[in-house]
Design a protein around this ligand. Structure first.
Ligand code: GDP
Ligand code: IMO
Ligand code: MG
Length: 423
């Protein structure tokens, strides 16, 4: 069978989980392939809201298996808390979640370091979620990480922890003035996690490829978005992984030839949480209006999201680096309040049009806007393109034309049912 990929085209929070939930009805396995509990993925079903941080958004479908891939940094505390919350909602997780033995484990000291680095950076801070993400990925690259598979052999894990903690404790004490971590305490925490979740930990790359070979369908769930990608985003104001297509392959270990659709999720306007450039950002009063209309507050940290207009160059960039086969356009219902809707159609520098989004940074660029007529009607009950007012269809058509990517899904509300299959 085949694999489909869902990837954010902007700065995250595009509504990825809403579309993943919508598509998961026809899927056997949903895989998170990067990021960690920095993600906040919201699904609304029958009026009830669920927010996922680590567990794949397909978990609401009983027959779907969920995989936490090798590219994820797994925070055992956040993971167990999420399992508990699902249990309270009577959603069975037992036997439905698999964890890659190569996924890195995020420990308390990763959170401590993230917190202290952000606090001490002053106005140079990244605005991270303070979930320890960058610190855990740094240890992975430095080859001093602990992986889920390491938990399966206590003796070797203890030896490894002794080595790793010697390095980390030096960092904690000397750079951040924090207390050291004791080997036995960290080990005990990891062993209690292992006692409960040992049977979840397997070679998920093997499992996924065998499942695909056997005819199962797989949905790869990206977290964050292209503009937060460590390589293709607004560095250094990015996350520490690759949400883009390359990261989906390396973070899941599936044979890339199974991938036949890459669906980019694009919000009908743009938001960003944290610091960093944002060319179409609105000034305070107008941003606040859009924030209230769209309910734009972080699903993980509750921070108000910065708001701006749709940026064609950003999505064209996402189309290139991800190889998008189509776009799912979300939250278009939020724009129903406006008489006219600005869309950024080009970037200029010194009066000259830039051929692409500059990789060196997004400062000192001029943005050229086109102004689209609004529709001023509630569209949240539309279930086909024909139900939408002409001006709204025109907005959708123009975005497809400018981004040069077909729009296959239009979302007109947070609920599963508020979705239009657009072709
Ligand atoms: P994700 O991180 O990309 O999964 O997105 P988030 O869950 O962080 O943020 C998207 C928010 O918009 C959530 O509160 C969703 O319930 C909501 N949402 C998703 N699609 C739509 C839509 O089409 N219309 C409206 N009004 N809300 C939506
Ligand atoms: P989802 O999956 C929006 C942002 C943070 C910060 C930067 C680095 O819900 O779209 P990190 O904690 O990753 O080191 O922070 O990335 N960020 C997100 N912004 N949505 C997310 O996830 C994000 N995950 C991280 O705000 O600017
Ligand atoms: Mg989110």
């Amino acid at each position: 069978m085949s694999a489909k990929l869902i990837v954010g085209t902007q700065w995250g929070d595009e509504g990825k989980a809403k579309i993943i939930d919508y598509l998961s009805g026809q899927i056997h396995i949903v895989v998170r392939y990067q990021g960690g509990a920095n993600a906040g993925h919201t699904v609304k079903v029958a009026g009830k809201k669920y927010v996922f941080h680590l567990i794949p958004s397909g978990i609401l479908y009983q027959d779907v298996s969920c995989v936490i891939g090798n590219g994820v940094v797994l925070d055992p505390q956040a993971f167990q808390q999420e399992i508990e919350e699902l249990r309270k909602e009577n959603i069975e997780t037992e036997g439905r979640i698999l964890i890659s033995d190569c996924a890195h484990i995020l420990l308390d000291y990763h959170r401590t370091i993230d917190e202290h680095r952000e606090t001490s950076a002053g106005d140079k801070k990244i605005g991270t979620t303070r979930r320890g993400i960058g610190s855990c990925y740094a240890d992975r690259v430095n080859r001093i990480g602990i992986r889920a598979g390491d938990l399966l052999d206590e003796h070797t894990l203890k030896q490894r922890l002794e080595h790793v903690l010697e390095i980390k404790n030096r960092e904690l004490e000397r750079i951040y003035g924090q207390p050291c971590c004791e080997v036995n305490r960290v080990l005990d925490g990891l062993m209690s996690f292992r006692d409960r979740f040992q049977k979840y930990i397997i070679n998920t790359s093997f499992f996924l490829n065998e499942s695909l070979k056997a005819g199962k369908s797989v949905l790869l769930e990206g977290a964050q978005g292209t503009m937060l990608d460590i390589d293709f985003g607004t560095y250094p104001y990015v996350t520490s992984s690759n949400p883009t297509t390359g990261g989906a392959i390396s973070g899941s270990g599936i044979d890339f030839r199974y991938l036949d659709q890459v669906i980019g999720i694009a919000k009908a306007y743009v938001t960003r949480v944290g610091e960093g450039p944002f060319p179409t950002e609105l000034e305070a009063a107008r941003a606040e209006e859009l924030r209230e209309l769209g309910g734009e507050y972080g699903a993980t940290t509750g921070r108000p999201r910065r708001c701006g207009w749709f940026d064609v160059e950003v999505v064209r960039h996402a189309a290139r680096v991800n190889g998008l086969t189509s776009i799912a356009l979300t939250k278009i219902d939020v724009l129903s309040a406006y008489d006219r809707i600005p869309v950024a159609v080009a970037y200029k520098s010194g009066g000259e049009r830039l051929p692409a989004l500059p990789s060196a940074g997004l400062t000192n660029i001029e943005v050229e806007y086109e102004y689209m007529p609004g529709w001023k009607t509630d569209i949240s009950h539309a279930r086909s393109l024909a139900d939408l007012p002409r001006e709204c269809r025109n907005y959708i058509d123009k975005l497809a034309e400018w981004t040069d990517v077909p729009i296959s899904i239009v979302s007109v509300g947070p609920g599963r049912e508020a979705t239009i299959a657009a072709g």
